[in-house]
Design a protein around this ligand. Structure first.
Ligand SMILES: Cc1cc2nc3c(=O)[nH]c(=O)nc-3n(C[C@H](O)[C@H](O)[C@H](O)COP(=O)(O)OP(=O)(O)OC[C@H]3O[C@@H](n4cnc5c(N)ncnc54)[C@H](O)[C@@H]3O)c2cc1C
Length: 401
């Protein structure tokens, strides 16, 4: 018998960093959350940190080409997370010597009913009391900021000029590099398959490349976090929901610089990027829960129906492509940040439901402080999963898309 060549052998795609047998902290997931947590822990002196990433760093929901950043929320906790992250984004170039492509074009939220207008005004008032700069404006001022809008369809709006967008991939890469420079290890192509009680440590994290013993796990696995939570007996109510963004061809005449514009009634949104194209989307009402991430045009009819009312010139845009990813959705569409109550050594930062990029820097700090047991800039208790054990403590947030 001749030796058969191993022609079907599948090699590891890249040489992954060696997996050590032990780490002080194991972070599961190498997106904005995992890398931000790793950096902030390493900066605070935690030395033995391992990020375990199934694929490549930043390839999950954080792979989005452009991420909106804002502190425009109605919940005080979300406002603080947004403001603190804006501080970090504004200081990123100086701190990490990385151009993250921050463009502070502002956010424009549109109200089409008196109820929405009153709610927008109330949250603007709260944001401003907390140090923000959010301006309630009328329909005419809204159309001056964004000429695609139909003035007659708008009852009121709010404009927050400090908000804008940045490049998630660059932020993730900067956090990763800074964490690694401080001694953290990033293990790509390392999938967590199970977690069991350890012999000399609290947990043994089993992966396709061996096991790591640790006393602290941080679950930052985005839309996949529920599976990881189940491995240690922690219920993280996170569901994957596909969302898509369409990109137009370069427009002629070139589009004006417009704010990130969102219609509260329908969740239609439109914004620019750094060239002559527009990016558009809508939370597709018929999207079913699931892990599929393929880009398609199934949401376009819903977008066109909404645009027909609020921005008729955007109906029937020629799209040249786009991007789809997963929202990591929770029952109240707000983040899960905390320490597991019933299982030792488990922290979680997940479920950001569409605003994880913009909260990433601040959440990294919050998880660092939870791990070190010190007071933080914000009490994380309202974001704990405990709120789903008691209906009354769910977070109500107006500015969710
Ligand atoms: C279309 C779209 C538009 C968005 N727009 C915005 C926006 O404008 N502003 C904003 O702030 N947010 C926005 N978001 C949301 C934002 O992208 C996410 O909230 C954020 O990226 C979540 O980051 P994360 O680190 O928690 O998750 P991810 O980036 O998904 O990282 C989780 C990682 O865990 C890894 N993983 C999963 N299972 C395992 C396992 N078993 N073992 C090891 N690793 C594992 C995954 O491979 C993944 O890389 C948008 C999302 C989408 C889809």
């Amino acid at each position: 018998m001749t030796d058969a060549p191993l022609e079907h052998l599948v090699p590891l795609p890249t040489p992954a960093a060696p997996l050590s047998e032990r780490a002080d902290v194991v972070i599961i997931g190498g997106g904005i959350m995992g890398t931000s947590v790793a950096f902030h822990l390493a900066e605070a002196g935690v030395r033995d940190i391992a990020i375990l990433e199934r694929d490549t760093v930043g390839s999950g929901s954080s792979a989005k080409p452009l991420g909106g950043v804002r502190a425009t929320f109605s919940d005080p906790g979300n406002i603080v997370l947004g403001q603190r992250s804006l501080d970090a984004f504004e200081g990123f170039d100086a701190r990490f010597r990385t151009d993250i492509g921050l463009r502070q074009v502002g956010y424009l939220f549109l109200a089409r009913t008196p109820e929405e207008a009153a709610a927008l005004e109330a949250s603007a008032e709260l944001q401003n009391r907390m140090g923000g700069d959010t301006r309630p404006i009328d329909a005419r001022a809204a159309t001056e900021l964004n000429p695609y809008l139909d003035q007659d369809a708008i009852v009121a709006a709010s404009f927050s000029p400090r908000d804008g967008y940045a490049r998630p991939a660059r932020v993730v890469a900067a956090y990763r590099a800074a964490a690694e420079a401080l001694g953290a290890t990033t293990c790509e192509h390392t999938e967590v398959l199970g977690i069991a009680p350890g012999t000399s440590t609290v947990h043994d994290v089993h992966t396709n490349r061996g096991s790591v013993g640790t006393d602290t796990i941080v679950i930052a696995a985005g839309a996949w976090s529920r599976r990881i939570g189940a491995m240690v007996g922690v219920d993280l109510p996170v569901e994957p929901l596909r969302r898509a963004i369409g990109v137009t061809r370069p427009l002629r005449p070139a589009p004006p610089v417009i704010p990130f514009t969102l219609d509260l009634s329908t969740t239609l949104y439109v914004h620019g990027c750094d060239d002559d194209r527009l990016l558009v989307g809508i939370s597709h009402p018929e999207q079913a829960v699931g892990f599929g991430r393929e880009f398609g045009y199934d949401w376009v009819p819903a977008f066109d129906r909404a645009a027909a009312v609020i921005a008729p010139t955007l109906v029937g845009l020629t799209l040249t492509g786009g991007w789809a990813g997963l929202y990591e959705d929770t029952p109240d569409h707000n983040a899960l940040i905390g320490r597991a109550r019933d299982v030792e050594g488990v922290l979680y930062a997940t479920g950001f439901s569409g605003h994880g990029f913009l909260q990433g820097p601040a959440v990294g700090e919050l998880v660092r402080d939870l791990h070190l047991g010190r007071d933080s800039f914000l009490d994380p208790a309202p974001f704990s999963t405990e709120r789903f054990r008691d209906q009354d403590t769910r977070i109500t947030e107006l500015h969710i898309i």
